[in-house]
Design a protein around this ligand. Structure first.
Ligand code: FMN
Length: 337
């Protein structure tokens, strides 16, 4: 089947993507123990983008502060020493003709004391409810963040974003999905606050995300892509609802160039669903709520499946994740089919 929509370029802000195919962020655990980029990691991203078929690569979530580190070999963007290593990835990907953004993250209550040596932070002193994190080892009871903690985290996001810009990337993606810190603020299951960040209203649940976007945008300027991976629903009783996404997207849009839709406390899977684009109800709602281009990821295995979702206006860009992990330059094969 021909896939003209998948192959059509798209201009987002100052950046022209060669296709609608996105390689979404996927943690590799290939960094050195101190978070430095290794040659193996550069070679991996080089191979994945060879031929320029991937319009946009979003690299794996990288920590902005040790207290928000999610796993032992996670890539660091937590200090300026990280810039030179990340630049090697940027240069390799650009030489292949793809555009690149770095995903920056604070794990909040998904960070473990055994990895960070510190009690984790979260919106409230509530254990994380993402079952996948529990399967990966002992989670700890987090501390509720003070305003001082919140202000510090906003600055950590800003500094990490500036590092990504200095490394020559095309943009940065703020991770607000899968039950990490910003997702903990979004979910009423983990946000029990009663201050301005209250878990009782959408305004409160999105306030920190909006503050991060505004501060990042101010620091990086207008001609640098700022995206958010928005975990738009929990699919858990008492959690964030699909019916809230349209309004949430309206609230989150100012300052952003791109919304990348996934799940929140349910992670990147949706129980009971195997259809390509299992978060399509969320991406459609996000498109209703904002004018931003939207990425849809989850269960899409072929360019033809992506084409059908684009034709149906479920999204503007298509993320294909685990299929890309197969050995070799998978994108070339996918886009030739
Ligand atoms: C090994 C692995 C690591 C992942 N790491 C990240 C990550 O760092 N950040 C993120 O937002 N999503 C992460 N994801 C989720 C993927 O980006 C994607 O949403 C998910 O795999 C579903 O898409 P797929 O069905 O095409 O694989 C990861 C997924 C896998 C399988």
């Amino acid at each position: 089947m021909k896939t003209p929509l998948m192959h059509s370029p798209i201009q987002i802000n100052q950046v022209k993507l060669s296709s609608r195919l996105v390689m979404p962020p996927m943690a590799t655990e290939k960094s050195a123990g101190d978070g430095q980029v290794t040659e193996a990691l550069v070679a991996y991203y080089d191979e994945k983008t060879k031929g320029g078929h991937v319009g946009l690569l979003i690299t794996e979530h990288s920590y902005i502060d040790v207290r928000g580190k999610a796993s032992p070999h996670q890539v660091s963007l937590a200090d300026d020493n990280a810039i030179a290593g990340y630049k090697k990835i940027v240069d390799a990907v650009h030489a292949n003709g793809s555009k690149i953004m770095a995903q920056i993250n604070h794990a909040g209550s998904a960070a473990k004391i055994v990895d960070t040596g510190m009690v984790p932070l979260s919106a409230s002193a509530v254990m994380n409810v993402n079952t996948l994190f529990h399967k990966r080892g002992t989670l700890n009871q987090p501390e509720a963040m003070t305003q001082k903690d919140i202000d510090a985290v906003i600055q950590q996001f800003v500094k990490a974003a500036v590092r990504v810009k200095k490394a020559g990337a095309d943009g940065v993606e703020i991770h607000a999905a899968h039950g990490y810190l910003l997702g903990q603020f979004y979910s009423p299951l983990t946000n029990k606050r009663t201050d301005a960040y209250t878990g009782a209203t959408l305004e409160g649940r999105t306030l920190l995300q909006r503050q991060v976007v505004a501060a990042v945008r101010q620091a990086v300027g207008d001609d640098f892509l700022v995206a958010m991976r928005f975990g738009a629903a929990d699919y858990m009783e008492g959690g964030a609802l699909p019916s809230e996404v349209e309004e949430a997207a309206r609230l989150l849009a100012p300052g952003l160039d791109l919304l990348d839709i996934s799940g929140n406390m349910c992670g990147y899977m949706r129980t009971g669903h195997t259809e390509p684009g299992w978060f399509a109800e969320l991406s459609r709602a996000a498109k209703k709520g904002s004018e931003l281009p939207v990425i849809l990821t989850g269960g899409i295995k072929t360019a033809a499946e992506g084409e059908a979702l684009l034709a149906d206006k479920a999204a503007d860009l298509i993320g294909i994740g685990r299929i890309m992990l197969q050995p070799g330059t998978v994108a070339a094969r996918l886009m030739a089919e």
